[in-house]
Design a protein around this ligand. Structure first.
Ligand SMILES: CC(C)(COP(=O)(O)OP(=O)(O)OC[C@H]1O[C@@H](n2cnc3c(N)ncnc32)[C@H](O)[C@@H]1OP(=O)(O)O)[C@@H](O)C(=O)NCCC(=O)NCCS
Length: 330
């Protein structure tokens, strides 16, 4: 019979390196091409836990917590020899260590037979099916210069993050993604999310675009990109058009601006993840020639609200304690 021990990941660099290598090796080739083959240095100082099965490290989980109490898994690695009990011990230790979290998210690049996927489902995490898509050719778009001003984000003041946050919050309101992702739901969480993207060293301001409507004096849409240098790729983190300006070709025009770097030859592909139920998003990407490279599942575990918050939520149509509306696809 195996013995399982949990240790703080910050003293376990060798175990993390080994689990990272095992994790990369187990990825499908299309994903191996997109990730760093050595563990990124910053992960070694990230909060996390490692589970040892007897004396071998068999599973590790690292995470990040926002000021709003949203926890996101940053890395998960599992060795082939990990017993399901080892993964259960690790996930339960993670839940205990993050018990005040408002919501916990797992968006893992892990093989479909990983034990963690069974374990988190068993712990009540709710899934959202997603697709990883790739665009490798520039796309055409209608000329919209008479309706919108297009600005590269490098010309935008960082102090205007709140304007972008408001746009994102309003664009996702009432959508399955808006219900799933806590960060899109309130101005302060959306503001923190936008600030984090824009301040990331990987945010590619040159290939991130804003569309301003002079007639409405309003931000109409945005595309935010990260650079993934190892993969010669851009990752499209956000593509959003305000509901007032939809159906005019603006989403396509913003996507076309991002894909302009494909024509310059500075990158080889634009990668994007989209939820399977996001029909407008999928239709736009497909019409732009995006091809699916993999399917994914994101998971969330939300705290059931207690006290006044629970009372405010009580009685909303479709909402029950065991099956909250945040988890219902639109
Ligand atoms: C997805 C989104 C950006 C589309 O913006 P938009 O400006 O309305 O899109 P466009 O007018 O440029 O449409 C381009 C193409 O997308 C598709 N499309 C856009 N909206 C659609 C809808 N509601 N239903 C079906 N197809 C749609 C069509 O193929 C359309 O081409 P067509 O005009 O030749 O029919 C917008 O709906 C949005 O902001 N949604 C919320 C945020 C989101 O989900 N972002 C993720 C996108 S990956």
């Amino acid at each position: 019979m195996n013995a399982f021990h949990i240790r703080d990941a910050r003293g376990e660099a060798a175990a993390l390196h080994a689990l990272y290598q095992a994790c990369v090796k187990a990825l499908p080739r299309c994903k191996q091409e997109l990730v760093a083959h050595a563990m990124p240095h910053q992960l070694l100082t990230t909060p996390g836990l490692v589970c040892f099965q007897d004396t071998s490290p068999v599973a590790a989980l690292l995470w990040r917590t926002t000021d709003a109490g949203v926890v996101t898994a940053e890395f998960y690695g599992e060795s082939r020899g990990a017993a399901k009990e080892a993964v259960e011990v690790l996930v339960q230790a993670f839940l205990a260590a993050t018990q005040s979290a408002k919501a916990r998210y797992f968006e893992l690049w892990t093989p479909q037979d990983s034990k963690v996927l069974q374990v988190i489902r068993g712990e009540g995490f709710q899934p959202l099916d997603r697709q990883l898509l790739s665009i490798s050719k520039p796309i055409t778009s209608p000329a919209l210069w008479n309706q919108f001003r297009f600005l590269s984000l490098r010309n935008f003041r960082a102090s205007d993050c709140n304007t972008i946050a408001r746009l994102i919050q309003e664009a996702y309101a009432g959508t399955a993604d808006g219900l799933f992702y806590e960060e899109y739901q309130r101005p302060e969480t959306c503001g923190a999310y936008v600030t984090r993207i824009i301040n990331s060293p990987l945010c590619d301001l040159r290939n991130s675009w804003l569309a301003w409507s002079p007639s409405a004096n309003k931000l109409a849409g945005i595309a935010l990109s990260y650079i993934w240098p190892r993969a010669s790729a851009l990752y499209l983190e956000q593509l959003v058009v305000h509901p007032l300006f939809r159906g005019k070709g603006l989403g396509r025009a913003l996507l076309s601006s991002v894909c302009g770097s494909l024509a310059e030859g500075s990158i080889e592909k634009v990668i994007v993840t989209v939820s399977k139920d996001n029909h407008p998003g999928l239709a736009l990407l497909r019409s732009a020639g995006a091809e699916q490279i993999h399917s994914e599942v994101a998971f969330v575990h939300k705290q059931v609200p207690r006290g006044p918050e629970a009372q405010n939520n009580a009685g909303r149509p479709g909402e029950t304690k065991s099956n909250p509306p945040i988890l219902q696809p639109a």
